[in-house]
Design a protein around this ligand. Structure first.
Ligand SMILES: *Cc1c(COP(=O)(O)O)cnc(C)c1O
Length: 471
């Protein structure tokens, strides 16, 4: 399997193998990597996955993407080790809420949010590939909350990696912050930027665009633009799909969406052959994606803080992967559309492409009151507490259900104890912290506060990274 960029350079000679794109993250032309073509699973392939363990499904689904980046036996061992530490034997269990309505719980990893499902695989995968190449990298990333801690857990104490994680000062929850700042490993650096998430993401992009800096520090990314994350997230859609009826019966998924990575992975599962009745993009009041799918308007607004902060995003970086497809895989068209988006704050979209997009996804905007109401209703009906991100998806799923028959899966992306204040204010009940969380609430914090300025962030990295002669 080889990968191409969503932007300009697109002759077959430039297609790259998995290990290259794993380490690079972003393509040199500023685009995102996508597979040259989708590996396909036919009905028999899907049937063969029924009743298999999560690790077995993960191995089957991801192996076609890897090429010879890592041997099948070491990949299998990495997968087994990664999911062994999860606190539910099913890894990604389905809970029935009502007939044909399920929660897919994706918060059983070390940081209690779905990002662990990909990052716990990617940490050891990076290490394996880097050791084989005798190389080191500096991982940089921007986080709206949950990516940061999951990436730090995946990279901590690894010889071949230094990790710098930028987050918006004062805009993530205390639990999210502590999950990053209480890690004492010397290769881990939590950086609080005086700005919002999009500022952090812009700083990361600017560092990648700074050729000298990028080369000196061998920059690499594990945030959701990295293809390997998408790949690992495809697994739980396939796993839920075969549990609830694939290949015979299609399943719908409602996904709480920010950067468009998770719901894009669902789309990827569909491209690989999983029968899907509908994919529902659920946004909070940062609704640029809902406006796009419903009105054809992708124009930037200000980022507004909500009780589902991991979705407080205006620029959904993974959307470029879908746009590439809508544009008939024309990298030139993508390049010019995204440079216009940068300049004017509005992404151009032609009517036929918009129609195609709406055929692939439905989208709903869920406001703060509706989010709280959804948390309260599940609690009253089933005694179950759900986190605000999951509640956004549940509210959207309920609105969409009229048009869809068959099973609907609400993707539950975080443990309620990660957002105790929001859950308590909606339900009157404070969720109990699992042991892993209780522990970090007492540990000392270590972080660096920096202004929203490229030079300041680069200087800090120079002073701390093991690469680039900083020390
Ligand atoms: C990251 C995150 C999301 C958004 O996922 P994207 O892949 O960015 O769309 C939703 N919920 C939680 C809890 C998250 O951490």
């Amino acid at each position: 399997m080889r990968y191409i960029s969503t932007r300009d350079g697109r002759s077959p000679a430039e297609a790259r193998p998995f290990d290259d794109i794993l380490l690079a993250g972003l393509a040199p032309d500023g685009g995102l990597y996508v597979p040259e073509k989708w590996p396909l699973f036919d009905a028999n392939d899907l049937r063969a996955l029924k009743g298999k363990s999560y690790a077995e499904v993960a191995f089957a689904v991801t192996s076609p993407f890897l090429g010879d980046a890592v041997s099948p036996s070491s990949w299998r061992a990495i997968i087994d080790r990664a999911y062994r530490g999860f606190d539910d034997a099913a890894v990604a269990p389905l809970r029935r809420l009502e007939p044909d309505l399920y929660l897919l719980e994706l918060f059983h990893g070390p940081t209690l949010a779905f990002k662990d499902y990909a990052l716990q695989l990617i940490g050891p995968l990076f290490d394996a590939v880097l050791k084989r190449k005798n190389r080191r990298v500096t991982v940089i990333g921007a986080t709206s909350g949950d990516t940061g801690s999951a990436a730090i857990e995946a990279c901590r104490d690894r010889d071949s990696i230094d990790i710098f994680m930028l987050y918006p000062l004062g805009r993530i929850s205390e639990v999210q912050r502590r999950q990053m700042t209480t890690v004492q490993s010397p290769n881990v650096h939590a950086v609080a930027v005086d700005g919002n998430f999009d500022d952090c993401q812009d700083l990361v992009k600017a560092m990648f665009a700074d050729e000298k800096f990028r080369a000196a520090f061998q920059l690499s990314a594990v945030n959701s633009i990295n293809w390997a994350r998408i790949m690992a997230q495809i697994v739980y859609y396939v796993s839920a799909g075969v549990t609830l009826g694939a290949p015979e019966n299609p399943v719908a998924f409602a996904v709480p969406t920010g950067n468009f990575g998770n719901v894009y992975a669902a789309h990827a599962a569909r491209c690989m052959g999983l029968p899907v009745s509908r994919l529902i993009v659920a946004t909070n009041r940062n609704d640029i994606l809902a406006r796009f799918f419903n009105q054809g308007d992708m124009s930037l607004g200000p980022v507004e803080p909500t009780i589902s902060p991991s979705m407080d995003i205006q620029v959904s970086s993974n959307f470029e992967r879908l746009y590439f497809e809508l544009a008939g895989r024309d990298g030139k068209a993508v390049t010019s559309a995204f440079s216009e988006f940068r300049k004017t704050g509005k992404l151009p979209i032609a009517k036929p492409q918009w129609d195609k997009a709406r055929g692939l996804f439905a989208a709903y905007r869920v406001d703060e009151d509706q989010t709280r109401a959804a948390m309260k209703a599940v609690y009253q009906e089933s005694g179950r507490l759900i986190d605000p991100h999951s509640a956004v998806a549940l509210a959207a799923a309920k609105r969409a259900r009229g048009d869809i028959s068959g099973p609907m899966v609400v993707v539950s992306t975080a443990h309620p104890a990660k957002f105790p204040d929001a859950v308590e204010s909606a339900t009157g009940i404070r969720p109990e912290a699992p042991p892993r969380l209780a522990k970090i609430m007492k540990l000392p914090e270590r972080l660096e506060k920096l202004p929203n300025r490229l030079g300041a962030v680069e200087d800090f990295i120079k002073s701390r990274a093991r690469l680039g002669g900083g020390r």
